[in-house]
Design a protein around this ligand. Structure first.
Ligand code: ATP
Length: 268
Protein backbone atom coordinates (compact mmCIF):
# COMPACT_ATOMS: atom_id res chain seq x y z
CA UNK A 1 0.00 0.00 0.00
CA UNK A 2 1.51 3.33 -1.03
CA UNK A 3 1.18 6.88 0.27
CA UNK A 4 -2.31 8.30 0.46
CA UNK A 5 -4.06 4.95 0.26
CA UNK A 6 -6.58 4.19 2.94
CA UNK A 7 -5.41 2.30 5.98
CA UNK A 8 -8.91 1.21 6.85
CA UNK A 9 -8.07 -2.38 6.06
CA UNK A 10 -6.14 -2.65 9.30
CA UNK A 11 -6.10 -6.38 9.85
CA UNK A 12 -7.64 -6.39 13.33
CA UNK A 13 -10.20 -3.70 12.67
CA UNK A 14 -12.17 -4.85 9.66
CA UNK A 15 -15.15 -7.09 9.26
CA UNK A 16 -15.06 -9.93 6.75
CA UNK A 17 -16.66 -7.59 4.23
CA UNK A 18 -13.74 -5.25 4.65
CA UNK A 19 -15.62 -2.55 6.55
CA UNK A 20 -13.97 -0.94 9.55
CA UNK A 21 -15.40 -2.23 12.83
CA UNK A 22 -14.03 0.52 15.05
CA UNK A 23 -13.04 4.12 14.40
CA UNK A 24 -9.36 4.92 14.87
CA UNK A 25 -8.33 6.24 18.27
CA UNK A 26 -6.01 8.66 16.48
CA UNK A 27 -6.34 9.77 12.89
CA UNK A 28 -3.56 11.89 11.40
CA UNK A 29 -4.21 13.48 8.04
CA UNK A 30 -1.68 15.16 5.77
CA UNK A 31 0.41 16.46 8.66
CA UNK A 32 3.04 19.08 7.86
CA UNK A 33 5.29 20.44 10.60
CA UNK A 34 7.44 23.54 10.34
CA UNK A 35 10.33 24.14 12.73
CA UNK A 36 11.10 27.58 14.09
CA UNK A 37 13.99 27.95 11.64
CA UNK A 38 11.64 27.29 8.71
CA UNK A 39 12.75 23.66 8.18
CA UNK A 40 9.95 21.26 7.38
CA UNK A 41 10.09 18.18 9.63
CA UNK A 42 7.32 16.20 7.94
CA UNK A 43 5.77 16.96 4.56
CA UNK A 44 2.23 15.62 4.79
CA UNK A 45 1.97 12.28 6.53
CA UNK A 46 -1.21 10.36 7.29
CA UNK A 47 -1.76 7.40 9.58
CA UNK A 48 -4.31 5.76 11.84
CA UNK A 49 -3.94 4.14 15.24
CA UNK A 50 -6.69 1.78 16.33
CA UNK A 51 -7.51 1.12 19.99
CA UNK A 52 -5.25 -1.49 21.59
CA UNK A 53 -3.00 -1.88 18.52
CA UNK A 54 0.74 -1.41 18.10
CA UNK A 55 1.81 0.81 15.22
CA UNK A 56 5.45 1.15 14.20
CA UNK A 57 6.94 4.14 12.41
CA UNK A 58 10.34 3.24 11.11
CA UNK A 59 12.90 4.56 8.68
CA UNK A 60 16.34 6.17 8.50
CA UNK A 61 17.74 9.22 10.31
CA UNK A 62 15.90 12.42 9.49
CA UNK A 63 12.81 10.56 8.18
CA UNK A 64 10.57 12.61 10.47
CA UNK A 65 9.67 9.96 13.06
CA UNK A 66 10.48 12.03 16.15
CA UNK A 67 8.85 15.11 14.62
CA UNK A 68 5.67 13.10 14.08
CA UNK A 69 5.51 11.87 17.67
CA UNK A 70 6.24 15.34 19.04
CA UNK A 71 3.61 16.87 16.76
CA UNK A 72 0.81 14.49 17.73
CA UNK A 73 1.61 14.85 21.45
CA UNK A 74 1.84 18.65 21.30
CA UNK A 75 5.53 18.88 22.19
CA UNK A 76 6.69 20.53 18.96
CA UNK A 77 5.01 23.69 20.21
CA UNK A 78 7.39 23.95 23.14
CA UNK A 79 10.19 24.27 20.57
CA UNK A 80 8.49 27.16 18.79
CA UNK A 81 7.46 24.86 15.95
CA UNK A 82 4.00 23.91 14.80
CA UNK A 83 1.70 21.91 12.61
CA UNK A 84 1.14 24.16 9.60
CA UNK A 85 -1.12 21.86 7.62
CA UNK A 86 -3.28 18.81 8.17
CA UNK A 87 -4.95 17.62 11.33
CA UNK A 88 -4.69 15.32 14.31
CA UNK A 89 -7.98 13.81 15.43
CA UNK A 90 -8.14 11.99 18.75
CA UNK A 91 -11.27 9.99 19.60
CA UNK A 92 -13.23 12.17 17.16
CA UNK A 93 -11.89 15.52 18.47
CA UNK A 94 -9.66 17.78 16.43
CA UNK A 95 -6.61 18.27 18.68
CA UNK A 96 -4.22 19.75 16.11
CA UNK A 97 -1.61 21.95 17.84
CA UNK A 98 -3.05 21.25 21.31
CA UNK A 99 -0.41 21.79 24.00
CA UNK A 100 1.19 18.75 25.69
CA UNK A 101 -0.69 19.08 29.00
CA UNK A 102 -4.02 19.00 27.17
CA UNK A 103 -2.94 15.97 25.13
CA UNK A 104 -1.86 14.26 28.36
CA UNK A 105 -5.26 14.99 29.87
CA UNK A 106 -6.86 13.39 26.82
CA UNK A 107 -4.77 10.26 27.35
CA UNK A 108 -1.73 10.71 25.12
CA UNK A 109 1.63 10.06 26.78
CA UNK A 110 5.06 10.39 25.17
CA UNK A 111 8.11 8.42 26.28
CA UNK A 112 10.74 10.59 24.69
CA UNK A 113 14.06 9.41 23.27
CA UNK A 114 15.72 11.64 25.85
CA UNK A 115 14.62 9.34 28.64
CA UNK A 116 12.80 11.49 31.13
CA UNK A 117 13.90 10.14 34.46
CA UNK A 118 15.46 11.85 37.46
CA UNK A 119 18.89 10.22 37.90
CA UNK A 120 19.44 11.39 41.49
CA UNK A 121 16.08 10.18 42.73
CA UNK A 122 15.36 6.57 43.63
CA UNK A 123 13.33 4.37 41.29
CA UNK A 124 10.51 4.53 43.84
CA UNK A 125 10.55 8.34 43.93
CA UNK A 126 10.73 8.57 40.12
CA UNK A 127 7.48 6.64 39.99
CA UNK A 128 5.89 8.59 42.83
CA UNK A 129 6.86 11.89 41.24
CA UNK A 130 4.58 11.20 38.26
CA UNK A 131 1.84 13.76 38.74
CA UNK A 132 -1.31 12.23 37.32
CA UNK A 133 -5.03 12.73 37.64
CA UNK A 134 -5.51 8.98 37.80
CA UNK A 135 -7.84 7.90 40.64
CA UNK A 136 -6.12 6.21 43.60
CA UNK A 137 -7.59 2.77 42.93
CA UNK A 138 -6.45 2.78 39.31
CA UNK A 139 -2.99 3.97 40.40
CA UNK A 140 -2.70 0.90 42.60
CA UNK A 141 -3.72 -1.37 39.70
CA UNK A 142 -1.20 0.31 37.40
CA UNK A 143 1.56 -0.02 39.98
CA UNK A 144 0.79 -3.75 40.25
CA UNK A 145 0.99 -4.04 36.45
CA UNK A 146 4.36 -2.29 36.45
CA UNK A 147 5.74 -4.51 39.24
CA UNK A 148 4.60 -7.55 37.30
CA UNK A 149 5.98 -6.27 33.99
CA UNK A 150 9.34 -5.07 35.34
CA UNK A 151 10.44 -7.25 38.29
CA UNK A 152 13.96 -5.83 37.82
CA UNK A 153 12.68 -2.40 38.83
CA UNK A 154 10.78 -3.79 41.80
CA UNK A 155 13.97 -5.22 43.26
CA UNK A 156 15.77 -1.89 42.71
CA UNK A 157 13.18 0.47 44.13
CA UNK A 158 15.60 2.12 46.53
CA UNK A 159 18.41 2.55 44.00
CA UNK A 160 19.13 5.94 42.42
CA UNK A 161 17.71 5.81 38.90
CA UNK A 162 21.01 7.06 37.47
CA UNK A 163 22.65 3.84 38.64
CA UNK A 164 20.31 1.65 36.61
CA UNK A 165 21.57 0.16 33.35
CA UNK A 166 20.37 1.73 30.08
CA UNK A 167 17.75 -0.99 29.60
CA UNK A 168 16.48 -0.57 33.15
CA UNK A 169 16.26 3.20 32.66
CA UNK A 170 14.16 2.61 29.56
CA UNK A 171 11.91 0.32 31.61
CA UNK A 172 11.57 3.06 34.21
CA UNK A 173 10.67 5.58 31.50
CA UNK A 174 8.01 3.18 30.18
CA UNK A 175 6.73 2.58 33.72
CA UNK A 176 6.35 6.33 34.23
CA UNK A 177 4.41 6.49 30.95
CA UNK A 178 2.11 3.66 32.05
CA UNK A 179 1.36 5.39 35.38
CA UNK A 180 -0.45 8.16 33.53
CA UNK A 181 -2.92 5.47 32.36
CA UNK A 182 -2.72 6.54 28.71
CA UNK A 183 -5.10 5.52 25.95
CA UNK A 184 -2.20 6.05 23.58
CA UNK A 185 1.45 5.60 24.51
CA UNK A 186 4.02 7.05 22.09
CA UNK A 187 7.51 5.61 22.45
CA UNK A 188 10.45 7.23 20.69
CA UNK A 189 13.47 5.01 19.95
CA UNK A 190 12.57 2.15 22.27
CA UNK A 191 15.86 0.33 21.88
CA UNK A 192 18.27 3.13 21.01
CA UNK A 193 21.74 2.48 22.40
CA UNK A 194 20.70 -0.72 24.15
CA UNK A 195 22.35 -4.10 23.78
CA UNK A 196 20.26 -6.52 21.71
CA UNK A 197 19.97 -8.91 24.65
CA UNK A 198 17.66 -6.33 26.27
CA UNK A 199 15.38 -5.86 23.29
CA UNK A 200 13.15 -8.86 23.83
CA UNK A 201 12.09 -7.78 27.32
CA UNK A 202 11.21 -4.31 25.99
CA UNK A 203 9.22 -5.80 23.08
CA UNK A 204 7.46 -8.01 25.58
CA UNK A 205 6.61 -4.96 27.70
CA UNK A 206 5.14 -3.19 24.65
CA UNK A 207 3.01 -6.23 23.81
CA UNK A 208 1.77 -6.41 27.37
CA UNK A 209 0.93 -2.72 27.41
CA UNK A 210 -1.16 -3.15 24.26
CA UNK A 211 -2.76 -6.36 25.55
CA UNK A 212 -3.87 -4.36 28.58
CA UNK A 213 -5.79 -2.08 26.17
CA UNK A 214 -3.41 0.83 25.50
CA UNK A 215 -2.64 1.64 21.88
CA UNK A 216 1.08 2.11 21.23
CA UNK A 217 3.00 3.95 18.54
CA UNK A 218 6.63 2.93 18.61
CA UNK A 219 9.39 4.59 16.64
CA UNK A 220 12.56 2.79 15.73
CA UNK A 221 15.20 3.24 13.09
CA UNK A 222 15.45 -0.46 12.54
CA UNK A 223 12.72 -2.20 10.59
CA UNK A 224 13.60 -5.57 12.07
CA UNK A 225 12.90 -4.36 15.58
CA UNK A 226 9.70 -2.53 14.70
CA UNK A 227 8.37 -5.58 12.88
CA UNK A 228 8.75 -7.80 15.88
CA UNK A 229 5.99 -6.06 17.79
CA UNK A 230 3.82 -3.99 15.44
CA UNK A 231 0.41 -4.88 14.02
CA UNK A 232 0.67 -2.17 11.39
CA UNK A 233 3.77 -0.41 10.04
CA UNK A 234 4.63 2.83 8.32
CA UNK A 235 7.94 3.17 6.56
CA UNK A 236 9.05 6.81 6.50
CA UNK A 237 11.76 8.60 4.53
CA UNK A 238 12.46 12.29 4.00
CA UNK A 239 9.42 13.45 5.98
CA UNK A 240 6.95 11.22 4.15
CA UNK A 241 5.30 7.85 4.51
CA UNK A 242 6.60 5.80 1.62
CA UNK A 243 4.88 2.54 2.40
CA UNK A 244 2.40 1.21 4.92
CA UNK A 245 0.70 -2.05 5.65
CA UNK A 246 0.32 -4.88 8.13
CA UNK A 247 3.52 -6.36 9.50
CA UNK A 248 3.24 -9.34 7.11
CA UNK A 249 3.66 -7.03 4.13
CA UNK A 250 7.05 -5.86 5.36
CA UNK A 251 8.20 -9.21 6.68
CA UNK A 252 8.20 -10.55 3.13
CA UNK A 253 10.25 -7.76 1.66
CA UNK A 254 13.92 -8.03 0.91
CA UNK A 255 14.44 -4.36 1.76
CA UNK A 256 13.97 -5.02 5.44
CA UNK A 257 15.99 -8.21 5.49
CA UNK A 258 19.02 -6.45 6.89
CA UNK A 259 16.98 -4.90 9.70
CA UNK A 260 17.73 -1.40 8.46
CA UNK A 261 16.08 0.51 5.70
CA UNK A 262 17.95 2.91 3.51
CA UNK A 263 15.87 5.95 2.56
CA UNK A 264 16.69 5.76 -1.16
CA UNK A 265 15.89 2.06 -1.39
CA UNK A 266 12.66 2.72 0.48
CA UNK A 267 11.50 5.22 -2.10
CA UNK A 268 12.12 3.02 -5.11
P1 ATP B 1 16.38 10.60 13.96
O1 ATP B 1 16.35 9.14 14.17
O2 ATP B 1 17.69 11.10 13.43
O3 ATP B 1 15.86 11.41 15.12
P2 ATP B 1 13.83 11.08 12.71
O4 ATP B 1 13.24 10.16 11.71
O5 ATP B 1 13.27 11.04 14.08
O6 ATP B 1 15.39 10.84 12.73
P3 ATP B 1 13.39 13.91 12.83
O7 ATP B 1 14.33 14.07 13.99
O8 ATP B 1 11.95 14.02 13.06
O9 ATP B 1 13.70 12.51 12.10
O10 ATP B 1 13.83 14.96 11.69
C1 ATP B 1 13.04 15.22 10.53
C2 ATP B 1 13.57 16.46 9.86
O11 ATP B 1 13.33 17.60 10.68
C3 ATP B 1 15.07 16.43 9.58
O12 ATP B 1 15.31 17.04 8.34
C4 ATP B 1 15.65 17.24 10.71
O13 ATP B 1 16.84 17.89 10.31
C5 ATP B 1 14.55 18.28 10.95
N1 ATP B 1 14.53 18.71 12.36
C6 ATP B 1 14.39 17.91 13.44
N2 ATP B 1 14.42 18.63 14.58
C7 ATP B 1 14.59 19.93 14.21
C8 ATP B 1 14.69 21.18 14.91
N3 ATP B 1 14.60 21.25 16.24
N4 ATP B 1 14.86 22.31 14.17
C9 ATP B 1 14.91 22.25 12.82
N5 ATP B 1 14.82 21.12 12.10
C10 ATP B 1 14.66 19.96 12.77
Amino acid sequence: MMIGQSVQNHRDEVSERGEPTAPPLMHVEDLRVRYRNGAIGVHGISFDVFPGSVVALFGPNGAGKTTTLRAVSGFVRSEGSRVVNGEVVLAGHNVTNSPPHKMARRGVSLVSERRKIFPNMTVHDNLRAMKTRVPKRRQIELTEQIDDMFPTLLSRRQLAAGRLSGGQQQMLALARGILSDPKLLLIDELTMGLHHSLHESLFDAVRRISNAGTAVVVVDESAGLALQMADYCYLMANGRVVQSGPRSLFEDQAMVAGGYVDGREAEQ
